[in-house]
Design a protein around this ligand. Structure first.
Ligand SMILES: [Zn+2]
Length: 143
């Protein structure tokens, strides 16, 4: 390949990039394992989820019922990601791109989201770093 062809190639790859190229389940599991290092548990009473159905619902982001305290929740309830509107693949890549210090506008274009969304998540990640725990309600925003 000449230099010209390879430059066209990588530009084309980038231009045709889509989150659909990523495995949704792999991204979801990576994010959930990161925010729940101790496994599936109730955000209200802290008890571990024991049933297979409960555990699978938890990791599929479906509703889980806690038989100890009767709370109904998802894996995002009580975490800083509660109410997140982004596709988990978009969220995952947003974190990667921010770590690579890619320009906000470029991230927004690549992920097809608003620049302001990128900026707000950048602030959120900085807040997580200060508290060293994503498992907090206090810093949730409506994104
Ligand atoms: Zn509970």
């Amino acid at each position: 390949m000449t230099m010209q062809i390879s430059l066209n190639f990588i530009k084309k790859i980038k231009d045709e990039f889509s989150i659909d190229l990523l495995d949704e389940k792999a991204c979801r599991m990576a994010v959930l394992k990161m925010i729940h290092p101790k496994g599936a548990h109730c955000p209200q009473c802290g008890k571990a989820i024991a049933s297979d159905k409960g555990i699978s619902n938890f990791y599929e982001l479906k509703r889980v019922f806690c038989k100890h305290c009767k709370k109904i929740f998802t894996a995002l309830t009580g975490t800083a990601l509660n109410g997140m509107q982004l596709d988990v693949r978009t969220f995952y890549l947003l974190a990667v791109f921010l770590a690579l210090k890619i320009d906000r506008k470029e991230i927004a274009r690549l992920l097809n989201i608003h620049t302001e969304t990128v900026r707000l998540w950048e602030l959120k990640f900085k807040a997580f770093e200060e508290i060293r725990d994503m498992n907090l309600q206090s810093i949730s925003h409506d994104l």
